[in-house]
Every structure is written in structure tokens, then in C-alpha cells.
Design a protein around this ligand. Structure first.
Ligand code: MOS
Length: 725
């Protein structure tokens, strides 16, 4: 199905099943421990050997000697695979560094060997007996040090200009010019990266934990130099991804190589302390923001430039994305700068671009609003734009930032706020409130599905879409139930298998809208097949209560499959509506904090998010996405930071003991409001995504609340207590 004109009324609008709060249908499997995760397919694949990954102890240089003798004689040892004996490997298109390094070393903890033994403990013990000699080479590890030398944009991301920023800025009565920084961050998904590889002849079956089945399959085939048809990837349950599992990583490659070496199934998990340096992370940014307004607070000039670093072949953090679209202003400048660093690879983490971009921009907006003497909520409303400021003929499909701000202000009690900082005390706490806008683009990806109707009237959906804890199983079941007019209990959803049609996968918050739209398309086809079989007209027939109805004629759906299961397949393809309209999602975040007058410790006291993101397919799973994202925003604001050793070039605090994420006790009441909305331009589902939107802006709202509480403006995240006293 080609989607190239705005959606009209369709069966999804019935909202008998879609749009209802429904528990996750995979919930009982997960809470009872019966959902198999990548490392846990004991019954399906008995007798797997265990691989333990050895990571490089230097950040840059080369291996001069690798002595395997002691390790090879360790108990239980089956094989040691290194770049020297793995055979010639290819390289995928999506990883900057090689996933099995050596002799050249590109970053700290780059995998240099996998040790395969009977048990995990034996593999780990043997790995400790490998003696490696390195020749260290100097590397670049500090973004701040590299910044002055990086003055031009990367080739494929030119600066975007409108009007004359410099003159307009200089001529404006209110000016703000400041640098903001965000640190390197780690996804820290609960389930570590893990893979279980089985070779059946020359065919590889990989059970793994990956957000994007089709990407994983083709990247793995390229890396192993085998045809894609010889790879099957299975990933039905995933314990969190956040972008850290978008790409093929070393666990998958090394499980495949290990299994080939020992000729039996091998499973590999990355131990927690290995993950931040071995896999990807959100790169640190250094952001220069300049905003000027007239006397009334109307933005006259806005510039946002962002520096980030990456390995050769890596991409920049696109932290200026939202600044191109969020506020009006005739004179504009946005640009990205990319420094070459020898730190581990930077890549997507939840709301890449907007999340760190808004951490900076939304503090800057607070600062310029104060300079202009305008309330921060009103300032954002005053500077709203209904068109893409760079292409003024291009409208947003839906844009309700103003409604989000007004609804939130009312609900949060914003009018009670004291705008003068450091005026409100509650015992030992200085209390303050802050606001920030949330913004995240709505991306569209092709997505396919297969649906079956059997003789009992059951509908089975198959797609390689993944569920990373987001609720994909549930919203896909709701979509099929609505389309086919059957109760949810009659729908079976099977996900995460490369034998199923290729979906949009779980990334960029496009998964909910586009994967259900693919299922919608397949269900339209199934309705046609059923109508034809039973002599109905597909366009005017109604599918309800497990029946197909037309006029006074009805027939049970199951009848269409009486002589054999009906199976159809289709996909949704998007035909350019995203070029005609700018499609984005919007939010307003309101936060109240208390800052300890003596220690400077911040406690979040109250959080409210108001989101406008098209039709909400399931308010319960959507709310879970947003409160999870708000929690991530608390971590980003207050604690999360990978500390870079600028001499040796690695992330020092590479475990959950020292990389601090919020725990339940850190999180107060969180409230989420979804504006009642449909967006017919986004897909037949009229939905968008919320999983990343929920994070966008949260941290700045917290930083702004801390300023209101204390009068201390911190522009470097995380806002730890040492920066407040
Ligand atoms: Mo998201 S960072 O595209 O999983």
C-alpha cells in the first residue's frame, strides 16, 4: 500500500480496540521469566558453549604479540578466535570501528578475541590467561581540545542559513550568547548485548537482542562474507535498546565466529563493564547558542552550532535539529561540527539529536526569556511558528506546542510560580519550577507484515518488527483486532524473526506508527481476500464481532478459511507526504525541584509532561514510554555522565556502580497528558511516536527549575551538586 495522500476515515477510526488502554500481552511471559531472551534459549538450543569477549586494554595503537599458550591449556577451553585466525572478515556499513579488532586497535575495549569454553566461568578464566603486548599510539580524547581546529561542517551536513544572522544579532537590544555542554552517555539497557549462534551447514541462525532485524541480518552477512539468505536473525524479546541495539555489535559477530570454530552452538554476552566502551554511546556535545530578540521578546536572530566527536567513519550528533524548526525568527544559522576522536564509537541513543540539543537550547531559551523580561511559557508561545522557518511554504502537519504549554501551565499551576530565583523555601529545600518545550521529528519508514486467518477465526500477524519493551506486541494486536473485527484474544502476534516480512523496526520513535501501518495494510488485503472468498464487496462490507456483514447478509470470518488458512502480505510505503509537510511531535515539560540549601543536592519533586503525538494507540503503553523517558531525562539532568580518561582514552565509569541512573526512590509522581489528536498525514493509523518525545526537553526543564530554586545557572550537564555550591 502506498500512502501518499492524507488518511480519510478508515476502520482504525472505530477505536473499539485501538486507542484503549490495554496491558502488554507479553507482560505475563516477562514477569514469569518464560519469555526467552537472547542468552536464555536453553530448551530450543541445548548444550551451547559460552564465549567470553576480550577487549583491548589500549585505546589506540596495535597488538605486537598475543600469547595464547596458557589460555589454550585452561580447563574447559574449546577455542580462541582472534583476527589472526578468524579468516577474512568483511565490514558492515553501520559500524565505524571493526567489531573484531587486531592487530590495529581503534578504541578501548574493542574486541580482540573471543574465548570459547564449556562454561561462562571457564571462558572468563581462560580469557584472563591471554597475554597481550601493545604498542600504544597517541590519540585524541578531548572534544574541548579538538574544538578550535574544527570550523567547517562535515561534507554531507552543510550549515543552514536564513537572512543575515550576524547583523541581526548585533542590532538587537536583547542578546544571549553562551556555550552549553552535554556529556557522553551510555544506554544502559537492562539486558546486556547477547547473542546465541547456531550453524546448520552453511546457514547461520542467530538469536540475539537487536532492535532492527533486517539491518542486523545484512550487516552480519557483510561482516561474515556470506549471502544474506544464509543468515536468519531471531529476536522476539529485548530487554531495552534505547538505540544501543540498533546495530550489529561484537556479541553477534563473535558468537557466529565462535560457533563456527567449535562446530556447536555458542552464546556470547557482553558483561556490563564491557558495554560502554565496546558498544556505542551518545557522544558528548559542545553547543554554542546565540539568540537575540526585540524589546518585546520576539526572536530576531537565532544560531545554534554543535560540536561532537567520533571515530573516523562515525557521524556527528545532530544536536541542532530542533533549532531549525522549533521557534520563529527570520535570521538563522545552524551547523554541525565533527571532531575526530579515538574514543569508542558514538551513535544513536534515544532521540539522537533532539535530546542533547534540547538540553542546551531550552536552557538558552529560559535565559533569553529572562533577559527579555518575558515569562518562559509566554516566551515560547510568542515565538511559535506554524511553518518550517527555513521553508516558509512548508507547514507542519499538526503542531500543538502552544496547546501543550497552555495545558501544562494550567495543570501544573504555573501562575503560582515566583519568577525571582531563590525565593521559595520548604525547610532545608530551596524550591523552584521550570519549563521546557519538547520536540522530536516524526520519521516514516517502510514496514511490512503478513497476516493469516485460520479455520477457527484466529488472526496471526507476522512481521520482523521488534518489541524492546515498548508494547509493539500489544499495539499490533490491537491494530489487527480493530481491522478484522475480532477480539484481541483471537489475535496472535509473532515478531522479531527475519523469516517474517521486513518492518520498520524499533528506532527513531517511528516503530509504533509505521509498524502498525504495515499491519493495517496487510489487514486491508486480508479483508479483500475474505470478501472475495465469501462473495462480499470489500469496500462496503463491515468487519465486526468475528463476522463480515453487508446489508442483511452476514458470514463468520472463519468460513473464509474453511478450506485452508488464508495468508496475505503487504507493506506500507510512504510517498512523499513527509516532503510536503513537516511532521513532528511536541511536548511541554514542567518540573518542580528542591535543592538542599547545605549540600546542593537536587531532588525532583513533581513532573508533568503534556504530549501531542497524533493518535495514541494505547494510552497505557504510551504513558509507560513517556514516564520511562522522563526518568531518563532526570538521569541526564542530574547524574549520567561517562567520565573520559583524557590520557588513556576510555570511559572510566563503565558499570552501573559508577554510571549513575535514577532509581525508583529518585522519581516522584509523574503525570502525563496526551492531547486528543489525530494526524492524518502521518499514516492510516494517524499516529506518531512518543518514545523519544518523552525525553526531549525534560533535562532542561530540570536545569531551569534548579536555576529558579537557587539562582545558579549551570550550563554543563549533569547538574551535580559541586556545580551549585
Ligand atoms: Mo532509537 S536511538 O533510534 O533506538
Amino acid at each position: 500500500m502506498k500512502f501518499d495522500t492524507p488518511a480519510t476515515d478508515n476502520p482504525i477510526d472505530q477505536m473499539k480496540v485501538v486507542g484503549r488502554a490495554h496491558d502488554r500481552i507479553d507482560g505475563p511471559l516477562k514477569t514469569t521469566g518464560t519469555a526467552p531472551y537472547a542468552y536464555e534459549w536453553h530448551d530450543e538450543v541445548p548444550g551451547a558453549a559460552c564465549g567470553y569477549v576480550v577487549g583491548s586494554a589500549i585505546a589506540k595503537g596495535r597488538i605486537t604479540a598475543m600469547d595464547l599458550h596458557d589460555a589454550e591449556h585452561a580447563p574447559g577451553l574449546l577455542a580462541i578466535v582472534t583476527a589472526a585466525n578468524a579468516g577474512k572478515l568483511g565490514k558492515g556499513d553501520m559500524n565505524a570501528a571493526t567489531l573484531l579488532g587486531g592487530p590495529q586497535i581503534e578504541h578501548y575495549h574493542q574486541a580482540i578475541a573471543v574465548v570459547v569454553a564449556e562454561t561462562f566461568e571457564q571462558a572468563r578464566a581462560a580469557a584472563s590467561l591471554i597475554h597481550v603486548k601493545y604498542l600504544r599510539e597517541p590519540g585524541a580524547y578531548s572534544l574541548a581540545e579538538q574544538k578550535p581546529a574544527v570550523t567547517t561542517p562535515p561534507e554531507d551536513t552543510p550549515d543552514k542559513n536564513a537572512g543575515d544572522f550576524a547583523s541581526a544579532f548585533a542590532a538587537s537590544p536583547v542578546q544571549h550568547d553562551a556555550i552549553y555542554t552535554t556529556p557522553d552517555q551510555s544506554h544502559m539497557a537492562m539486558e546486556p548485548h547477547a547473542s546465541l549462534a547456531v550453524w546448520e551447514g552453511d546457514k547461520l541462525i542467530l538469536r540475539t537482542s537487536n532492535q532492527m532485524i533486517a539491518w542486523c541480518r545484512s550487516e552480519l552477512a557483510k561482516t561474515l562474507n556470506i549471502p544474506e539468505e544464509k543468515v536468519r536473525v531471531i529476536s522476539p524479546y529485548i530487554g531495552g535498546g534505547f538505540g544501543g541495539k540498533l546495530f550489529l555489535r561484537s556479541d553477534a559477530v563473535l558468537a557466529a565466529l565462535g560457533a563456527r570454530a567449535v562446530n556447536r552452538p555458542v552464546k556470547v554476552t557482553l558483561p556490563r563493564p564491557m558495554i560502554p566502551n565496546n558498544t556505542t554511546h551518545r557522544p558528548a556535545t559542545l553547543q554554542h547558542i546565540r539568540i537575540a530578540t526585540d524589546e518585546k521578546g520576539q526572536i530576531t536572530a537565532i544560531a545554534h552550532e554543535s560540536w561532537s566527536g567520533n571515530l573516523p567513519g562515525g557521524t556527528p550528533e545532530t544536536a541542532v535539529q530542533q533549532s531549525e524548526l522549533l521557534y520563529a525568527g527570520k535570521n538563522r544559522l545552524t551547523g554541525l561540527r565533527l571532531a575526530q576522536l579515538d574514543l569508542p564509537e558514538g551513535n544513536a541513543m534515544r532521540a539522537p539529536g533532539e535530546a542533547p540539543g534540547l538540553m542546551a537550547l531550552e536552557i538558552a531559551i529560559d535565559e533569553v526569556a529572562e533577559k527579555a523580561g518575558v515569562d518562559p511559557v509566554e516566551f515560547r508561545i510568542l515565538n511559535d511558528t506554524q511553518v518550517d522557518p527555513l521553508h516558509t511554504e512548508r507547514f507542519f502537519s499538526r503542531r500543538q506546542l502552544i496547546e501543550c504549554l497552555r495545558t501544562g501551565a494550567e495543570k501544573f499551576g504555573w501562575h503560582r510560580r515566583n519568577a525571582t530565583p531563590a525565593q521559595v523555601r520548604d525547610g532545608r529545600w530551596l524550591v523552584g519550577t521550570g519549563v521546557a518545550a519538547g520536540f522530536r521529528n516524526n520519521l516514516l519508514e517502510k514496514s511490512g507484515a503478513r497476516v493469516h486467518l485460520d479455520a477457527q477465526g484466529n488472526v496471526t500477524v507476522e512481521t520482523d518488527m521488534t518489541d524492546i519493551g515498548t508494547g509493539s506486541y500489544t499495539i499490533i494486536a490491537q491494530t489487527a483486532a480493530e481491522m478484522m473485527g475480532v477480539p484481541l484474544e483471537k489475535v496472535v502476534v509473532r515478531l522479531g524473526d527475519s523469516d517474517f516480512p521486513v518492518s520498520a523496526g524499533s528506532g527513531g520513535q517511528w516503530g509504533a506508527n509505521t509498524s502498525t501501518a504495515g499491519v493495517y495494510a496487510a489487514c486491508v488485503k486480508l479483508r479483500e481476500a475474505i470478501a472475495e472468498k465469501l462473495g462480499f464487496d470489500a469496500d462496503s462490507a463491515v468487519f465486526t464481532d468475528e463476522l463480515i456483514c453487508q446489508g442483511d447478509r452476514t458470514a463468520p470470518l472463519a468460513e473464509a478459511a474453511a478450506s485452508g488458512t488464508l495468508t496475505v502480505e503487504d507493506s506500507i510505503e510512504f510517498g512523499g507526504l513527509d516532503k510536503t509537510f513537516q511532521q513532528s511531535t511536541f511536548a511541554a515539560h514542567f518540573v518542580e525541584v528542591g535543592v538542599d540549601i547545605a549540600t546542593g543536592e537536587t531532588r525532583v519533586r513533581r513532573m508533568l509532561a503534556v504530549c501531542a503525538a497524533g493518535r495514541i494507540l494505547n494510552p497505557k503503553t504510551a504513558r509507560s514510554q513517556v514516564i520511562g523517558a522522563m526518568t531518563m531525562g532526570v538521569g541526564a539532568a542530574l547524574t549520567e555522565e561517562l567520565n573520559v580518561d583524557k590520557e588513556l582514552g576510555y570511559f572510566v565509569n563503565h558499570d552501573l556502580a559508577a554510571y549513575e541512573v535514577p532509581v525508583h526512590a529518585d522519581i516522584p509522581e509523574q503525570e502525563v497528558i496526551f492531547l486528543d489528536d489525530t494526524d492524518p498525514v502521518s499514516s492510516p493509523m494517524k499516529a506518531k511516536g512518543v518514545g523519544e518525545l518523552g525525553l526531549c526537553g525534560v533535562s532542561a526543564a530540570i536545569a531551569n527549575a534548579i536555576y529558579n530554586a537557587t539562582g545558579v545557572r549551570v550550563r554543563d550537564y549533569p547538574v551535580t551538586l559541586d556545580k551549585l555550591i
